[in-house]
Structures are given as structure tokens and as C-alpha cells.
Design a protein around this ligand. Structure first.
Ligand code: ADP
Ligand code: MG
Length: 268
């Protein structure tokens, strides 16, 4: 479903070069709800941008749903961005002058669709996300949680097999956040989708079956969360951070972690 190998990406600002990704290997082979965690600046958003084809890597390969997206031409990329992937962000990015329904219809309009079929599809999506009664309201009349649901409905208009979410609850209170994680979890299960979510909340990651831990531009560990709750994940993330500080000089090498039985070390 999602596979990337050796992804690198650097940015140059003035004469300063930032290596945002230093060789990311990540593979999600089954539909479901998966998380990416890691300290601020470790490259999580950069990774999601590359997976969503919003930007291209300096090197490495990306496969989404059996398609090599790092090798597509502009026309194929446009089609991929429209139907192959959905993305949601911390900022909901809804158009303020449009109703919830119109926001959901927008990608369809841009693709040249019109009429009752598009409208019905939008309403059906808003219903399945629990915000049908808000369909004719503008974003300003909606709570943050409702706005994010509308943004998710918009991302799902063309039924992409993969949904990427970059800190989707970063602007929500804890109750709305919990509701959104539960929703993403059930969407992944009901629609057999792959949902990959960046989060810094261990309670969010506890809804996911796999957590990829990133540090310094790499995925340093992949864990199966089976039987772990938010507290276990918080403790694990903390151990990982301490181990990285104690053993890993910045640069190549990867995180050194004392692996518990359920841990699968990617870079020993
Ligand atoms: P995270 O999402 O994990 O906080 P990011 O992927 O946003 O991390 O950023 C990784 C590194 O790349 C950071 O050092 C950040 O400052 C830098 N970076 C990200 N995007 C850009 C950009 N467009 N221009 C310059 N530097 C960037
Ligand atoms: Mg980020």
C-alpha cells in the first residue's frame, strides 16, 4: 500500500542546508490505521508531503498502491493527487465562503464534475462522518472537530486507497481529538483504507496498529502496538528519546534502542 526506500530530502535556506530526510525506509503492507511519531523537526511533515506527491524527493523511491509515484509525469501526478491519495492537515484548509457540502464537492468541481451525483456523494460522505446536519453551514459555524470531519470528507471524495493525516487533531481539544481518532480507526477498518497519521499524542497512536518512530530524518523503529495503551506508548517514546540522546551522535547511525520483546528494530 505504502512503501518508500532510501528517501532523502534537503532544503537550502540562504547558505544553510537542512537535511530533512536522510534515508527513510517505511513499508505499510496492510490497510489499517498507522502512526508516525517523533520529535518536532525530525521530518514527519516532509515525509507526508513526499508520500502525497506534494513535493519530490532528492533520491529514493515511493510506491503508493502499487504505483511508483516518484517516476510519474505531471499529468499522471495530477491524476494521482486527485484519486490516489487523500490528505488532511492540522489546519483544516476549508474555503471560508463555501458551505461544508460545497467544500466536499470542490475537488469534484475542479475535476469537471457537476450535478446531483456529486452533491449526493458529498452528502453521503458528510453523513458517514457524522456531520450531515452541518452540510449547509460555512466553516465558521462549525466546531474544530466538525471542520476536520468535513476536511476528511473532502479528502475521501474520490475514494483514495490511502489517507495521510498530518497532526489532524493539533487544533482540537482532547474530547474532539479522541472522537477523531476513533473515526479514523473505523474509517480504515470499514473502507479497507490505509490511514497514516502523524501525531505526537501517545493516546492517538494507541488507536493505531503500527507506530513508526522517526528521529533525525529517519524511521528508527517500527512497533506493533498490540496490547499497548497510551501510557505504554508514552513511556516507550520517552525511552527511545533517552536512548537516542545517550547513544546516537547526530548523523548516520540511527537510534540505539533496547528492544523489548515486541519491538522490531529496523536499524540495529
Ligand atoms: P516535523 O514535521 O517532524 O516537525 P518537518 O518535516 O516539518 O518536521 O521539518 C524537518 C526539517 O526540515 C526541519 O529542520 C525544518 O525546519 C526543515 N524544513 C521543513 N520544510 C522546510 C522548507 N520548506 N524549507 C526549509 N526547511 C524546511
Ligand atoms: Mg510537522
Amino acid at each position: 500500500m505504502i512503501s518508500c526506500k532510501g528517501l532523502t530530502k534537503s532544503y537550502t535556506i540562504g547558505n544553510r542546508r537542512v537535511e530533512a530526510l536522510r534515508g527513510v525506509d517505511l513499508s505499510v503492507s496492510k490497510p489499517g490505521f498507522h502512526a508516525v511519531m517523533g520529535p518536532s523537526g525530525c521530518g514527519k511533515s516532509t515525509l507526508l508531503h513526499l508520500l502525497g506527491a506534494l513535493d519530490s524527493p532528492d533520491s529514493g523511491t515511493i510506491e503508493i498502491g502499487n504505483q511508483r509515484i516518484d517516476a510519474l509525469d505531471e499529468k499522471a501526478l495530477t491524476a494521482f493527487r486527485r484519486t490516489g491519495i487523500g490528505m488532511v492537515f492540522q489546519q483544516f484548509n476549508l474555503i471560508a465562503t463555501m458551505t461544508a457540502r460545497e467544500n466536499v464537492e470542490l475537488p469534484g468541481m475542479l475535476a469537471g464534475r457537476r450535478g446531483p451525483e456529486l452533491r449526493n456523494r458529498a452528502i453521503e460522505l458528510l453523513e458517514s462522518l457524522g456531520v450531515a446536519e452541518r452540510a449547509e453551514h460555512r466553516p465558521e459555524a462549525l466546531s474544530g472537530g466538525e471542520q476536520q470531519r468535513v476536511a476528511i470528507a473532502r479528502a475521501l471524495l474520490f475514494s483514495p486507497p490511502v489517507l495521510l493525516a498530518d497532526e489532524p487533531t493539533g487544533n482540537l481539544d482532547s474530547r474532539a481529538s479522541e472522537g477523531l481518532w476513533t473515526l479514523l480507526e473505523s474509517l480504515a477498518a470499514q473502507r479497507a483504507m490505509t490511514v497514516l497519521m502523524v501525531t505526537h499524542e501517545p493516546a492517538a497512536a494507541a488507536h493505531c496498529s503500527t507506530v513508526f518512530f522517526m528521529r533525525d530524518g529517519r524511521v528508527v523503529e517500527e512497533i506493533n502496538t498490540h496490547g499497548m495503551d497510551g501510557g505504554d506508548l508514552a513511556a516507550h517514546a520517552q525511552r527511545l528519546g533517552r536512548a537516542a540522546e545517550a547513544h546516537t551522535p547526530p548523523g548516520p547511525g540511527g537510534g540505539g534502542v533496547n528492544g523489548a520483546a515486541h519491538l522490531h528494530r529496523l536499524r540495529p
